[in-house]
Design a binder for this molecule. Structure first.
Ligand code: SAM
Length: 215
């Protein structure tokens, strides 16, 4: 997906509201330290937390995403530091974060990048820090579609790549628990997410996994 184009065309492509998982568990986050939103997109989570008094670092590789979040943060005078950066090259200006958000990120990464992401999460958190995650599972309709498609080639376990170098990786049932095996499980759910649409696109529902993990 070309995120710059998508974000230019549609105001709240992934919705304006934060994921209910974050709303529900935000009280567990320590406000005295910063939160890192990786792949912040148009900022629905970073803005929500900052409006609640959290200090947030928002990173995204999309220029348009970061310009959007920066403009909103400036307009509302919110404590959000924005970085147009991939997590691979990001250098935090803080020792650790009390929370890291990875909503919708795992499903667009290769396994090599997911492993690096998990290493970075360990590097950027300390005991008590929370990780909020949401990803697609192998039960999502796109998994069967990608397997059949000529456009997507297999690139590892339940993972696909196209000729532009995009990735789609689907987690098996319970697999997220092994990715976060060094963490305590605060919340974990797998199932069919809500019916939704992106802009004026078709209605969709995804088979998803979400979780909150405490280091
Ligand atoms: C599916 S969107 C999710 C956006 C947001 N988290 C949400 O839930 O609304 C994934 C976002 O991750 C960003 N992204 C993709 N690869 C990235 C990387 N390696 N480092 C940082 N951001 C990345 C994309 O530009 C995109 O904005």
């Amino acid at each position: 997906m070309r995120y710059d184009e998508v974000y230019c065309k549609t105001k709240s492509y992934f919705g304006a509201e934060p994921e209910p998982l974050l709303k529900h568990h935000r009280h567990l986050l320590d406000k005295s330290h910063r939160i890192l939103d990786i792949g912040a997109g148009q900022g629905r989570h970073a803005l929500f937390l900052a409006r609640e008094g959290f200090k947030v670092d928002a990173i995204d590789s999309s220029k348009v995403a970061i310009e959007t979040v920066s403009a909103m943060a400036a307009k509302e005078n919110l404590d959000i530091r924005t970085y147009q950066s991939s997590f691979e090259t990001f250098e935090p200006e803080t020792d650790f974060f009390s929370g890291i958000l990875i909503f919708g990120l795992i499903q667009i990464l290769s396994w090599a990048s997911i492993e690096l992401l998990l290493e970075k999460i360990l590097l950027w958190t300390r005991t008590g820090s929370l990780v909020f995650a949401r990803a697609f599972t192998t039960k999502d309709p796109s998994f069967a579609r990608n397997r059949r498609s000529r456009e997507w080639k297999s690139s590892g376990k339940n993972s696909f790549t196209d000729e532009r170098g995009h990735f789609r990786t689907h987690l098996e049932e319970g697999e997220i628990l092994s990715l976060f095996c060094d963490f305590k499980v605060v919340d974990h759910w797998e199932g069919l997410g809500p019916r939704h649409r992106h802009g004026d696109g078709p209605f969709e529902r995804h088979a998803e996994v979400e979780g909150v993990f405490r280091r």
